[in-house]
Design a protein around this ligand. Structure first.
Ligand SMILES: [Zn+2]
Length: 468
């Protein structure tokens, strides 16, 4: 491992030399065109052989929205956890654009040193040189590039950025534009879902892409194709890690709205806050984290949708009290946030519950399989390879309580699938290394007993909820 770090440091030192001709003010806000060029430069340079750049759609004014994937086999479904970095959903909150580029450069540089890349490395002059202290993250960055699919989406609102405006070019706040489980603030009252307080089902209105803003539709459609394990979305206006629910039922009063995976979300948010030099010591937010609705409820946000629709554990990171800080602040912001970024990405991938759901006889993936963690009771699905990854937490902590960062905990997981006998396993999860487990599912006998029939009924119900 030491030799690997030494190699990685040598690679980073190489970046410094290549950029020596650049002026010291290398941190800057790139224009949309320069941002696109920077992604191309990463793809052709330090990320060559382990990346793809994809346009996921266009903004109202025709600006392409691009995602850089870094992984061993970009563009394909893989048996790996995945993590996405979203920036600039609010146009006047641009820090994430530059943090994400910097992050991609560090990850690819580290992965090159780790021998993942197959082609030679040319460092383009447009990309900035490493900051002091980046070397502490080389090993983690290399691990992520090798063992996860990483997605870098620096701008979700290029038109808003160009106009220095929060909303998109049609004046719509894109973090209010997503299908919402309650749909009370962005829909007419006739479309409001009627729910009783005892109705615990979680479902969403139709995607209705034709009525969404093009930027939302692009990210929504892309998200459905990838089913990312975890994500960070960078905003500005505070310093805090904010987790679902953002929305709450029937009332605009600010109070805690607990989602089924509350404990796992808190662990993810805490990892970020603790990795940041001051966020965890916030005076405004205990531990530097907050439930979204407890801070202020909002409807139509991305993170609630991600959790319900694609099983993505998405956390909103407010990176700076002041919006649109001067470019001279970007180096400081990177140095402050890189620790939290790597900590959260690690918790959601390396620390996750991972494994496969397979047919015991054929060892093939099972369609419509669902997994449920005891105490969470909100199912999630394996991918087309039968692989799943899910950040989990021990469920005994009270809401708002402390979660020990390194103490192993027990989790009971049940796999169900239509036509198969349910399979329950209890495993110990090491928060630093996660756990791997394989469900080998046995088909229900045609003349099976009542228990098997009940399993099949439960599987049908879980599959229905996943499709909702
Ligand atoms: Zn924002």
């Amino acid at each position: 491992a030491l030799a690997r770090v030494a190699l990685a440091l040598a690679a980073l030192a190489g970046v410094t030399r290549a950029d020596a001709a650049l002026p010291p003010s290398e941190w800057r806000y790139r224009s949309n065109a320069d941002l696109a060029s920077a992604l191309d430069a990463l793809h052709a340079g330090p990320c060559a052989g382990m990346s793809s750049v994809t346009s996921i759609g266009t903004s109202v004014q025709g600006e392409e929205m691009r995602v850089l994937e870094v992984s061993s086999d970009p563009g394909t479904t893989q048996a790996k956890p995945s993590f996405a970095f979203f920036g600039n959903m609010h146009g006047d909150e641009p820090v994430g654009r530059e943090l994400i580029l910097r992050l991609a450069e560090l990850v690819c540089g580290a992965a090159n040193a780790d021998g993942l890349a197959t082609s030679g490395v040319a460092v383009p002059g447009d990309i900035t040189s490493p900051e002091p202290g980046d070397e502490r993250f080389v090993e983690t960055a290399a691990w992520l590039a090798t063992h996860a699919r990483l997605f870098f989406a620096p701008t979700l609102n290029p038109d808003g950025f160009a106009a220095r405006a929060r909303a998109n070019a049609r004046g719509v706040d894109l973090n209010r534009d997503w299908p919402d489980q309650y749909a009370i603030s962005t829909r007419s009252s006739s479309q409001t879902r009627q729910q009783s307080d005892t109705d615990l089902s979680i479902s969403l209105p139709a995607d209705a892409l034709e009525t969404r803003q093009p930027e939302t539709a692009a990210v929504l459609s892309w998200s459905r194709t990838v089913n990312v394990t975890g994500a960070l979305s960078f905003h500005e206006g505070a310093v805090v890690a904010n987790y679902p629910w953002d929305a709450k039922r029937n009332s605009k009063k600010a109070e805690y709205a607990r989602c089924p995976d509350d404990a796992a979300f808190r662990r993810l948010a805490r990892a970020y806050a603790d990795g940041h030099p001051t966020m965890h010591a916030s005076r405004e937010f205990k531990g530097g984290i907050t439930n979204g609705a407890k801070w202020y409820p909002l409807w139509g946000g991305m993170q609630d949708w991600h959790y319900i629709a694609t099983g993505t554990m998405s956390v909103t990171i407010e990176v700076n009290d002041l919006k649109f800080p001067k470019a001279s602040e970007l180096g400081r912001l990177w140095r402050e946030h890189r620790g939290g970024i790597f900590a959260a990405a690690t918790v959601a991938t390396r620390g996750a519950l991972r494994g496969f759901v397979l047919d015991a006889t054929t060892t093939e993936p099972i369609k419509n399989a669902a997994l449920t963690v005891k105490g969470v009771e909100f199912p999630f699905a394996p991918n087309a390879l039968g692989f799943f990854a899910r950040p989990v937490s021990g469920q005994r902590d009270p809401v708002g309580g402390d979660d020990a960062a390194t103490t192993p905990f027990l989790v009971t997981v049940t796999a169900t699938a239509p036509g198969y006998v349910a399979d329950e396993k209890t495993v110990t999860v090491d928060p630093l290394d996660g756990v791997d487990l394989v469900f080998e599912m046995v088909r229900v006998e045609v003349n099976g007993l009542g228990g098997a029939a009940a399993d099949a009924a439960a599987a049908d119900a879980a599959a229905d909820r996943l499709r909702a």
